[in-house]
Design a protein. Structure first.
Lengths: 295, 293
């Protein structure tokens, strides 16, 4: 891996079995298996897991492009497009713009086979699984708060090795539902979920926003969280969640005629004076509306 | 007194006759009233409130203010809020992430912008929109990030707390596509002429005009692949992500769309916007979700 001592031997990224490759100076790809523990209500891969893929691929690119500076994810957006029809889902990222203070990256998530080739269905490539974009804030290396050691040379390929998820990913975090209608869910801050700054990893934040939005919207529609599929996440990362637990709340927006609805989810670090760490716009649809193919 | 606000808007105290043709400015086209909400304890950044009618000539196929127009007002209000928070430095919008959950609006719409984070290099603002004519139904939300810039030569001067009255209705209303000089057409490429009225005082294309172009272009690109619930072909934009990568200075401006996929009555469209006259450079990249309505 690229960071000394990160991630620790027992870590979510290891349990997701992510494999990464820097394909050029400004592009990379990261993949994970589409397994049942990471499945959403309709059998597709949870958007929060796809966001984790995207966060990792973006971070890999940013680490190379910005070296020796460091970076922090400022915002991340992802929208589901098609069903994941392969055994793996792969995020392919590339640089859109490198500025003085920010780096903007886009990523396409596609289905790939065991050999890493694009899945072909009926002689053609299926629709991509998702499209995503993100902004990284550049943290100058001279910044004294930057205390993350990094190896001088980044490997071209690496894998996060660990166990396997034996239970649904929200149970593995674990996410506790405190009040579904209010979108109040909670997750502890522990090394299993850390990023390289010792705070909750950005993908886990996305999973938490997804869970909170699904709970609130599912309750509002009387379907329950298991009856909703989150299709879009727009996340602003405001501060690191280092103490915990991280606790969410949600405001439900109007519901469209077909049952699609949105919510604004806020995440706070309860152990750090309820500091606001994240705000996310969450869009979800009834599971039967978006019915995706199960791989 | 006519002054220039922190995002380049012409500012006039509430109730005064502005004395200028406000319809010439992008944000005035949507008749956005704005007022500053100072912090309760006197410390911290101000919030901003806003209100805009939903004029018939601005309604889209979804029945309400079309999403590009809503984003224009959000960009104006959010930019203003961020600008106040960054003073004496300036700001420029770098990203706008918006979700519109209800396309049919009664109006007027009431907007609220709050600063979430004010950093050395950026300001992050949240925006909410409720439909006053529909019992304050919460119809949209957005997140905006602005980069903080060193001030240039232009002097910023305005009264605090800031207020801008709602401009009156236009005498000769035109639809958004015409107002924003978006050329007629269909298919994956849509063009906008960079007329001077679409520029802000810094001479660059208003972010709201970019949003309207993205909306119109994505809808045109997706229209042929979507069929409305009544068998028609009405389409409307909902979730929009825009990354403003570089300013638009020359024009014409071209939005090049790729329909990434269509499923369950919605299309995901990648929109790449180029300043054709500036070596065709990529100026904005984003995605638009288009629904059949």
């Amino acid at each position: 891996m690229t960071l000394a001592g990160y991630p620790p031997p027992v870590h979510l990224l290891g349990d997701l079995g992510m494999e990464a490759e820097l394909t050029t100076e400004t592009t990379a790809r990261v993949r994970t298996r589409a397994t049942s523990p990471v499945a959403s209500a309709d059998g597709g891969v949870r958007i929060g897991v796809l966001a984790t893929l995207v966060d990792i691929v973006g971070g890999a690119i940013a680490a190379r492009v910005l070296h020796p500076d460091w970076m922090a994810t400022a915002d991340l957006s992802i929208g589901l497009i098609g069903p994941p029809v392969g055994p793996w889902v792969e995020a392919r990222g590339s640089v859109l713009r490198r500025g003085r203070t920010t780096l903007v990256i886009e990523a396409l998530v596609v289905a790939v086979d065991e050999d890493g080739r694009d899945v072909v269905v009926d002689g053609r490539a299926p629709d991509p699984v998702a499209w995503a974009s993100m902004t990284f804030a550049v943290l100058p290396a001279k910044d004294p708060t930057q205390a993350v050691p990094r190896t001088a040379e980044l490997p071209a390929r690496w894998a996060f090795r660990g166990g396997e998820l034996a239970s649904p990913i929200l149970d593995a975090l674990p996410v506790t539902v405190l009040d579904a209608a209010a979108g109040r869910v909670s997750v502890p801050v522990r090394p299993y979920l850390h990023n390289s700054f010792g705070a909750v990893q950005g993908g886990v934040i996305a999973l938490l926003a997804e869970a909170a939005g699904a709970e609130a919207l599912g309750a509002a529609q009387g379907r329950g969280a298991s009856g909703m599929v989150v299709t879009d996440l727009q996340i602003a990362y405001l501060a690191l969640g280092k103490v915990g637990p991280i606790v969410s709340s949600a405001r439900v927006l109007a519901t469209g005629t077909d049952g699609r609805a949105g919510a604004v989810v806020e995440l706070r670090d309860a152990g750090a004076d309820d500091r606001l760490t994240t705000v996310a716009n969450v869009t979800a649809a009834p599971a039967d509306l978006v019915a995706r193919a199960v791989p | 007194m006519t002054t220039v606000g922190p995002d380049g808007e012409v500012a006039t105290p509430a109730g005064d006759d502005p004395g200028v043709d406000r319809r010439r400015h992008v944000s005035d086209y949507f008749r956005l009233e704005r007022w500053e909400v100072p912090p309760a304890g006197g410390d911290g950044p101000s919030a901003m409130g806003g209100r805009a009618p939903v004029d018939d000539h601005q309604r889209g196929p979804g029945g309400g203010l079309r999403t590009g127009g809503l984003l224009t007002s959000l960009d104006s209000l959010g930019g203003f809020t961020s600008g106040l928070a960054a003073l004496p430095r300036w700001i420029v919008t770098t990203s706008l992430l918006a979700t519109v959950s209800e396309l049919a609006h009664v109006g007027p719409l009431r907007l609220r912008a709050d600063v979430l984070r004010r950093g050395r290099n950026s300001v992050v603002t949240s925006l909410d929109v409720v439909d006053e004519g529909a019992d304050d139904r919460h119809v949209a939300a957005a997140l905006m990030t602005c980069a903080v810039l060193e001030p240039g030569a232009m002097t910023l001067e305005f009264d605090r707390p800031f207020a801008l009255a709602m401009p009156g209705p236009p005498v000769d209303p035109v639809g958004p596509v015409e107002f924003f000089s978006i050329e007629p057409g269909e298919g994956p490429v849509t063009r906008l002429r960079l007329d001077d009225r679409l520029r802000n005082p810094w001479g660059i294309l208003h972010g709201g005009a970019v949003a309207m172009l993205a909306d119109e272009a994505a809808c045109r690109a997706a229209a042929s692949g979507l069929t409305g619930t009544d068998g028609g072909h009405g389409v409307a934009a909902t979730d929009v992500v825009l990354h403003y990568l570089r300013p638009v200075r020359v024009g014409p401006v071209e939005a090049r769309c790729t329909v990434l996929g269509t499923r369950a009555g919605r299309a995901s469209v990648r929109v790449a916007i180029h300043d054709v006259g500036a070596d065709d450079r990529l100026v904005t990249l984003g995605s638009v979700t288009v629904l059949a309505v």
